[in-house]
Design a protein around this ligand. Structure first.
Ligand SMILES: *Cc1c(COP(=O)(O)O)cnc(C)c1O
Length: 397
């Protein structure tokens, strides 16, 4: 039998070994690891809400009123008022009839795809879709087709094929992210909507990295493009810009009722703590309100400053315009990315080396993220450090 030690040695030999690092502080632009302070440019806490006083107060008030545990799964007796309020708030924000929350974005993806699709259905995914979407698609038993990243021609040929080959009863669902988690680029959602309508398919858009960051009130890219009424399945998470934890799906009332009846990750798992949902209601108010606007302005200002500073050092093309809060610096081989991350850590910066299988082989990278909580000075320090480790004019995405 294969020994786990051998497998681990293999991973190490390929520079694909991963390990946990423990932070001794809250999330924020600076974190503490083993007694040393680091400038943190690795989290998805885009608005800096994960340690925000207003949100913390809402969380604590939720604990005081509703306790710590939810006691049971939502269908048994675990649905408490904050869960219902949060779902109402999400549906209102996204402009859909209804919403359902799950314990994480991962569970949302798996629960939704397995509940809606089975062996007679077809799922068509962008090649760079997040692991949770891939896992949900596989577990559903549906026929899966993948198109190269953002390739609308190939998407159309899959749609045509699905409609010719399968019965009109079959569900055909196109699956994409609005902002891609490891590349930070945006999907051409308007074109994708036109295609799925032409072929009578549905569209699932995962807004994990767009929610809170893009669009009026941070509602996401779907909303910014005016497509709220045309995207059947609007997914996202409160674990990133909303500074909390938990996934959501916004859709028609019928779809949400079907998920309540069929999504196993919803049915067979204890409800998230009501205090998290209570804080979620406040997070939505912050994200969509005046504070959210100010935080987004700060975040986009930081992104633009980083672009300018990196352009000046020839780390990026001068014309580079941020499409999201995620900036990938592609270095190629895993060992190159690991060495760059180690050198940055030495200089006091936490920036993760992202490797296979999170990204394709040969596309290992530093994944730099900024938040509204970073100061301009910190952004300049970060740019300087990146310039010092990145080979000038190496292949940037
Ligand atoms: C992070 C992420 C998820 C999972 O969300 P969690 O709440 O962290 O489980 C799903 N999809 C994408 C694109 C993500 O980046």
């Amino acid at each position: 039998m294969r020994q786990p030690e051998d497998e681990l040695a293999d991973l190490k030999a390929q520079s694909l070994y991963r390990e946990l690092r423990t932070l001794d502080s809250a999330q924020g632009p600076e974190v503490e690891i083993d007694g040393r302070r680091y400038l943190n440019s690795s989290s998805n806490d885009y608005l800096g809400l994960a340690n925000d006083p207003e949100l913390k107060a809402a969380f604590i008030a939720g604990v005081e009123k509703y306790g710590t545990g939810s006691g049971a799964s939502r269908l048994v007796c675990g649905t408490q008022r904050p869960h219902a309020d949060l779902e109402e708030g999400l549906a209102a924000l996204k402009g859909t009839e209804a919403a359902l929350t799950f314990s994480s974005g991962y569970v949302t993806a798996v629960g939704t795809l397995t509940a809606l699709c089975g062996k007679d259905d077809i799922l068509i995914l962008d090649k760079l879709c997040h692991a949770s979407l891939i896992d949900g698609a596989r577990l559903s038993g549906a026929t899966i087709r993948v198109f190269p990243h953002l390739d609308l021609n190939k998407l159309e040929s899959h749609l045509r094929w699905a409609r010719e080959k399968f019965s009109s009863e079959s569900r055909v669902i196109v699956v994409t992210e609005s902002v891609f988690s490891m590349d930070g680029d945006r999907a051409p959602l308007a074109d994708m909507v036109a295609l799925k309508e032409q072929y009578g398919a549905w569209l699932l858009v995962d807004e994990a990295h767009a929610f809170g960051v893009i669009g009026p009130g941070g509602r996401g890219l779907i909303n910014e493009l005016g497509l709220s009424e045309q995207v059947e399945l609007q997914m996202g998470t409160l674990s990133k810009a909303a500074g909390l934890s938990g996934g959501y799906l916004c859709a028609s009332r019928a779809v949400i009722e079907l998920l309540i009846n069929r999504a196993r990750g919803f049915i067979y798992s204890t409800a998230p703590p009501p205090s998290v949902a209570a804080a979620g209601v406040t997070a939505l108010e912050i994200v969509a309100g005046e504070r959210g606007n100010a935080l987004r302005e700060k975040l986009w200002g930081n992104l633009s400053l980083l672009g300018t500073e990196l352009g000046a050092q020839d780390v990026l093309p001068e014309s580079n315009q941020a499409e999201s809060a995620i900036l990938p610096i592609i270095l190629g081989e895993s060992d190159a990315a690991l060495a760059a991350a180690a050198s940055l850590k030495e200089q006091g910066f936490v920036i993760p080396a992202i490797r296979y299988p999170t990204v394709p082989r040969g596309q290992a990278r530093l994944r730099v993220t900024l938040t509204a909580a970073h100061s301009e000075d910190q952004v300049r320090q970060l740019a300087g450090a990146l310039g010092s480790v990145v080979v000038k004019n190496s292949s940037m995405s």
